[in-house]
Design a protein. Structure first.
Ligand code: IFM
Length: 469
């Protein structure tokens, strides 16, 4: 594995010199500021593998992916990128690329047993990983929960059970006591929208339940879990930053008609305000329950105060926009635009959406905290040809989205950094391994890592930025 790592670093240095550059931001871009953090992100279930090693318990994604028909080609995270065994080479690779930050997540079922006691072997994995990242001078951003709920908690109702929020606070307590000092930023949850809506509302993700009332109740318990964990993280690790990560969606109207404009508004209520209003205004948007009548969650006294405690940062994940029209009743329907650029996921490439949402949030939320773009990137059907991956569309995608970030900063939004999704190709949930989001290619039959051209160009920019006086 050491050989693997040095081969990768050699290839990066060799290629750096020879590149012409379709990526580097223009001279007046704010991204040249040295304190704008540029890093990459991953998540535990998507890269680690080793699902039954060293006392790890099953998660809802082990169960879901083992259920026929749930994941494309029957793929599972059992091996993934084998990062659990190859983490040293992977950290070496991150460092060779000059990436300044690394966002990772902890697998809850790896570090805690069903009685809530620590699993030392699992914890030691993260301690070794985080210590090594710190030794390399890499800023660490840790997500406590990126969807791999222990199956034993799902068996007791999962996020439909209020008790799970309290179990989450216990888990956050253990993590922050054990890992304090090695984490620069803690994010409680990744994308509660996906956990609640895809997991409990339409069944596309684990645990695969499909009921609108479940989605809103699961969301409430997820946000409560976040709120309960925040003071715990603050008490155990006072010097780190604490926040949460939300995926946001841009909805645009298919026409100027009032009905279509309303549809686009409702789309954004459902994707953005459903999460951001409780966090930043302490209340659910009432329009949500116009869209989904009869789905108001059970909220106890004090919950909204717990949920809306101040954040040190807000993580934003952005991928695409959706063009919508009125469904003729009280909702919206997607209207696919013809002739627009799309990715391997079928998602439209729409960088302006990122800028428009960020500047819109600044107008809507007077207490908007500093922002990190915690995920942005695209899937493409990348192939290794003569040892290289020329991921031209991704290079252009990243350049355009970073330009949108620069525009939002110039419009007054406080954005402190950007993490590429993802460091490497990985298990893309219901789409398995076919969709490749990495800036590093993974050959799943050999686990060989090949740095794509996009990563080489990011590395080149970071090197130039570092060299500037
Ligand atoms: O792979 C996911 C990630 O886990 C969460 N955000 C979106 C990514 C791409 O779908």
């Amino acid at each position: 594995m050491a050989n693997d790592a040095s081969a990768v670093s050699d290839a990066i240095s060799r290629n750096l010199g020879a590149l012409t550059d379709p990526f580097t931001p223009p001279a007046d871009s704010t991204l040249w500021r040295k304190n704008f953090l540029l890093g990459a992100a991953t998540a535990s279930y998507q890269i680690e593998g080793a699902v039954d090693e060293d006392g790890r318990l099953p998660s809802i994604w082990d169960t879901f992916s083992a259920t026929p028909g749930k994941v494309l080609a029957g793929d599972t995270g059992a091996v993934a990128c084998d990062h659990y065994h190859r983490w040293e080479a992977d950290v070496e690779m991150l460092a060779s690329l000059g990436l300044e930050g690394y966002r990772l997540s902890i697998a809850w079922p790896r570090v805690m047993d069903a009685a809530g006691l620590p699993n030392r072997k699992g914890l030691d994995f993260y301690k070794r990983l985080l210590n090594r990242l710190k030794e390399k001078g890499i800023t660490t951003s840790v997500t406590v929960y990126h969807w791999d709920l222990p199956q034993h908690l799902e068996d007791r109702g999962g996020w439909l059970n209020r008790d799970t929020a309290y179990r989450f606070a216990d888990y956050a307590d253990l993590m922050s006591r054990e890992l304090a000092g090695t984490v620069d930023a803690w994010a409680t949850l990744n994308e509660p929208w996906c956990s609640a809506y895809l997991g409990y509302g339409n069944g596309h993700h684990a645990p695969g339940l499909a009921d609108g009332r479940f989605a809103t109740q699961a969301m409430h318990h997820l946000l409560l879990a976040h709120g309960l964990a925040m003071p715990v993280l603050r008490a155990n690790d006072p010097t780190s930053q604490k926040g949460i990560v939300a995926n946001i969606g841009r909805g645009t109207a298919n026409s100027d008609s009032a009905a279509d404009q309303r549809a686009a508004h409702l789309f954004e209520v459902q994707h953005n305000a459903w999460i951001l209003d409780p966090l930043l205004k302490g209340a659910y948007p009432q329009d949500l329950f116009e869209l989904w009548p009869g789905t108001e969650p059970l909220v106890l006294d004090g919950d909204m105060q717990t949920i809306s405690a101040p954040l040190d940062f807000l993580g934003i994940n952005y991928y695409f926009r959706t063009n919508v029209a009125s469904d003729g009743a009280h909702g919206f329907r997607d209207v696919q635009l013809e002739g627009v650029e799309r990715t391997q996921m079928g998602w439209e490439v729409y960088p302006d959406g990122l800028r428009d949402l960020l500047t819109g949030f600044k107008r809507t939320y007077h207490n908007l905290p500093p922002i990190y773009i915690t995920e942005n990137g695209m899937a493409s059907d990348d192939k290794v040809i003569d040892g290289h991956v020329d991921d031209t569309q991704r290079i252009s995608f990243l350049k355009r989205h970073l330009a949108a970030v620069d525009q939002a900063i110039k419009a007054g939004v406080d954005i402190r950094g950007y993490f590429l999704w993802s460091l490497m190709d990985n298990f893309e949930w219901a789409f398995g391994y076919e969709r490749r989001f990495g800036v590093v290619h993974i050959d799943y039959s050999t686990q060989k890592r090949t740095v794509k051209r996009s990563a080489e160009l990011v590395a080149k920019f970071l090197k130039e930025r570092k060299a500037r006086v």
